[in-house]
Design a protein around this ligand. Structure first.
Ligand code: UDP
Ligand code: MG
Length: 338
C-alpha cells in the first residue's frame, strides 16, 4: 500500500522555497467535492498575494479520492497530496498535514466546501495586520446545518467547552482556522481532539481571536459523523480539562481527591478507637468498614498521583518538551545554551 505514493513526489518540493501559507485539508471519501475544492482554493489564493501550498491529506478514502488527487497535483505545483494507508480519523489526518507544513501561517478547513475558500485570505489578513493575535478561529454565524441534530448539540458543547477550558468561543466546531506556524508546531493531536484545538492552542500560549465566516450546506457527499459523537465529546472534555489544569501537577488532582477521602476516614477511625477504649465492641459497625474503605481508596489515589508525577517528568525530560513557551520579544531573550 505504501508504494502508492512514490517518495520522490515530496523531494523536489522540499528543495523549493517555502510558501507563506500552508493550507491543510483532511479528506475522507470526498471525491465529488475535490475538483471544486482545489479550483476554489487555487482561485482564492491566487489573488490574495500570499504564496501558498495545499496539503491535501487523504484519510484512507475508498472512492478514488487519492487517485484524483495525484492527477490534479500533476499540473499544480502547489498541491501536495499526502495519502494515508487507512482511515485514521480527522485528528490524525490533520496531524499528518501539520507534520508537513512549511509556511509561516497554517490554515485548516474541511473538504466538503461547507467552509468558503474565499474566507482564507480574510483570516490571513487578520493575522498579518494584528501582531497581538496568534490564531483566528472561524465562527459560522449563519450555520447551514440541521437545527436539532447538529446546531443544538453544538451550542451546548460550545458553552460547556468555553466554560470548562476558559477559552470563550462561539464556535469550536468550525474547521476553518488560521494560525501562526509556531502554535501548530507546539500542538499534537490524538484521538478526536481536533474539536479542542483552540483549547490546546491556548494551552500552548496562543492568543485567539474569532471571526465570522461564511458557511454553506453540504451539497455533495455525506457527513462522516452522527449524533453518537456526543458522549465522546464529553469524555474528551474531561481529558482536556485535566490536561490543561493538572498535567504538570497530577499529585494535586489525584492526591487532593485522595486526601478529601482519607481525612474523614481517619477521623472516623479515631472516633471508633475512642468508642473501643470506652469498652464498646466496634467489630460489627458499618462505620468501621466505611473508614477503612475511605483510607484505602485515599491512599491509592495519592499513590496514583505520585506515579503521575513521575510520568510528567518523563514526558517533559524524556521527550524534550519544555514546561513553558516564551513569547518572541524584540529585546531577544535567549536561554543559556547546553
Ligand atoms: N474527515 C476525515 N477523516 C474522517 C472523517 C472526516 O478526514 O475519518 C474529513 C472529511 O472528509 C471532511 C472533514 O474531515 O473534510 C469534516 O468531516 P465532515 O464534513 O463529515 O464533518 P461535519 O462537517 O459533518 O461535522
Ligand atoms: Mg462538513
Amino acid at each position: 500500500m505504501d508504494s502508492a505514493v512514490p517518495a520522490t513526489l515530496e523531494l523536489p518540493l522540499a528543495a523549493s522555497a517555502a510558501p507563506d501559507v500552508s493550507i491543510v485539508i483532511p479528506m475522507f471519501n470526498e471525491v465529488e467535492n475535490l475538483p471544486d475544492l482545489v479550483a476554489r482554493v487555487g482561485d482564492a489564493m491566487a489573488t490574495s498575494g500570499f504564496g501558498f501550498e495545499l496539503i491535501a491529506v487523504d484519510d484512507g478514502s475508498t472512492d478514488g479520492t487519492p487517485e484524483l488527487l495525484e492527477t490534479l497535483a500533476r499540473d499544480r505545483a502547489w498541491l501536495r497530496p499526502v495519502i494515508l494507508t487507512r482511515n485514521y480519523g480527522q485528528s490524525s489526518a490533520l496531524q499528518a498535514g501539520f507534520d508537513r507544513v512549511r509556511g509561516r501561517y497554517v490554515v485548516t478547513l474541511d473538504a466538503d466546501l461547507q467552509n468558503d475558500p474565499l474566507d482564507i485570505p480574510l483570516l490571513l489578513q487578520r493575522l498579518e495586520t494584528d501582531p497581538t493575535i496568534d490564531m483566528v478561529s472561524g465562527w459560522r454565524r449563519e450555520r447551514q446545518d440541521a437545527a436539532i441534530s447538529r446546531r443544538l448539540p453544538s451550542l451546548i458543547a460550545n458553552r460547556l467547552i468555553s466554560r470548562a477550558t476558559r477559552v470563550n468561543l462561539h464556535d469550536y466546531g468550525c474547521a476553518l482556522k488560521a494560525y501562526r506556524r509556531h502554535i501548530i508546531d507546539r500542538i499534537r493531536l490524538y484521538g478526536e481532539l481536533h474539536r479542542f484545538i483552540p483549547s490546546l492552542a491556548r494551552d500552548a500560549g496562543a492568543r485567539i481571536a474569532e471571526m465570522p465566516v461564511r458557511h454553506h450546506a453540504r451539497t455533495r457527499g455525506q457527513s462522516k459523523y452522527g449524533i453518537d459523537r456526543t458522549f465522546r465529546v464529553i469524555l474528551d472534555l474531561v481529558l482536556i480539562v485535566f490536561f490543561m489544569r493538572y498535567r504538570q501537577r497530577p499529585l494535586h488532582a489525584f492526591g487532593g481527591l485522595g486526601l478529601w477521602l482519607a481525612t474523614p476516614g481517619v477521623l472516623m477511625l479515631a472516633y471508633l478507637t475512642i468508642v473501643k477504649l470506652g469498652g464498646e465492641d466496634i467489630g460489627g459497625r458499618p462505620l468501621l468498614i466505611a473508614a477503612v474503605m475511605l483510607i484505602l481508596i485515599g491512599a491509592q489515589l495519592i499513590v496514583a498521583g505520585l506515579i503521575g508525577e513521575m510520568l510528567t517528568r518523563i514526558y517533559h525530560e524524556g521527550q524534550g518538551r519544555p514546561q513553558y513557551h516564551v513569547r518572541a520579544s524584540a529585546t531577544g531573550d535567549t536561554p543559556r545554551a547546553g
